[in-house]
Design a protein around this ligand. Sequence first.
Ligand SMILES: C[C@H](O)[C@H](O)[C@H]1CNC2=NC(N)=NC(=O)C2=N1
Length: 96
Amino acid sequence: MVDRLGENEREKGLGELNGWVYDAATGAISHVFKFKNFSEAFGFMSRVALAAEQAGHHPDWSNSYNSVTVTLTTHDAGGLSARDISLAKAIDAIVA
Ligand SMILES: C[C@H](O)[C@H](O)[C@H]1CNC2=NC(N)=NC(=O)C2=N1
């Protein structure tokens, strides 16, 4: 079990990320990643899948051709937790 972040922790975490948006209604952060083509998008998803497995924390996501929408929230905590911030940082590192 992991705690939901308070407002201050959430804002601090968001400040350490690159282009993720918090949705208060769902308690999730999301980011739309765009690539040159489907192959690049799927390669990104493969790398994220490995990072997610390593973290034991998994994205809600969708893919349409060259676009991947990644949404992170912690179901167990009913909102955003440090695990989401940590996985978002790993994803930012993958696209950097
Ligand atoms: C037992 C295991 O740690 C949990 O069920 C994990 C797996 N991956 C998860 N991923 C996400 N995004 N939220 C969770 O609450 C979650 N729970």
